[in-house]
Design a protein around this ligand. Sequence first.
Ligand SMILES: NC(=O)C1=CN([C@@H]2O[C@H](COP(=O)(O)OP(=O)(O)OC[C@H]3O[C@@H](n4cnc5c(N)ncnc54)[C@H](OP(=O)(O)O)[C@@H]3O)[C@@H](O)[C@H]2O)C=CC1
Ligand SMILES: O=C(O)C1=N[C@H](C(=O)O)C[C@H](O)C1
Length: 288
Amino acid sequence: MPGREEKTGKLSRCFRYYREIIVIKVAVSGASGRMGQEVLKTVLNAEDTELCAAIDFYNEGQDVGTLLGTGPQGVQITSDLAEALATSGADVLVDFTRPQSVAANTITALQAGVRPVVGTTGMSREDFEQVVDLAQKKRLGCVIAPNFAIGALLMIKFAAEAAKYLPHVEIIEKHHDQKLDAPSGTAVKTAEAILEQRGEFKQGLDVEEEKIEGARGGKMPGGLRIHSVRLPGFVAHQEVIFGGVGQTLTIRHDSISRESFMSGVLLAVRAVMRLEGVVYGLENLLFE
Ligand SMILES: NC(=O)C1=CN([C@@H]2O[C@H](COP(=O)(O)OP(=O)(O)OC[C@H]3O[C@@H](n4cnc5c(N)ncnc54)[C@H](OP(=O)(O)O)[C@@H]3O)[C@@H](O)[C@H]2O)C=CC1
Ligand SMILES: O=C(O)C1=N[C@H](C(=O)O)C[C@H](O)C1
């Protein structure tokens, strides 16, 4: 992994030949977490990004290189987001924290003139709308993406297409047992995409009776059910199961490592620099 000095040298050479290369200064909140550590590595390794701040409550004062087991990187973990953004010259904040923290972090970033790339799921509708208004007012880009893995985005796209022909559908999502929110942001996004395509359709019996509460999963509008499984051993998995006359169709995606999200995170970091306002869902930056 290149140190900061090495990267600056490499980039000045790039500048000599390719003047259009711009280095994006990235702050990472949730830096000590599962996703945060993966993002630190990605930002340190990419040629056009520079890690300028790392924010978390864990490992405060530690160099991120100690956390990652690389050599020193010259960036210490801090718990003060506002201060870190004010002093580091960050262009972008990548947030992978927790549902209770994400709205405040995103608003702090926008108020500091920093463009948020939000991977944290579970933001409430009211907070989302507040972020949309603030990004618009500040004329700053903001990407909110429940899933950064290309395979998951394709799963959502294919599921929306299938729903036009097979409107009876249920979603089963499976995640590691440390996940705080249910259903997953990906399952909600998938359901929204399906509902948009299948329109007024209503599935399921009104007379259905649950002998154990929750046995039939969580109910989205139109009777679309989402079932959430939490077990050690899983990373992030989803099946979208369509039922028709004498047949079923299953569209399934598996993230077997958190590296699966990183090319999407980098794409969002680059794209957010030229956006104005909120983009919800990475598919809007990838597909026609
Ligand atoms: N969009 C996508 O593609 C993906 C999204 N996710 C989402 O990302 C989020 C994080 O997941 P994961 O990395 O597994 O979670 P972790 O619990 O491993 O990491 C979150 C880290 O953020 C810290 N944290 C909490 N609040 C703050 C705050 N205000 N400022 C700075 N740090 C804070 C936590 O500390 P503490 O434990 O003390 O709270 C923890 O160290 C989840 O919402 C998850 O659903 C995950 C994978 C992919
Ligand atoms: O918590 C996770 O791990 C994940 N969260 C996101 C979600 O809620 O959809 C994305 C992915 O499924 C991993």
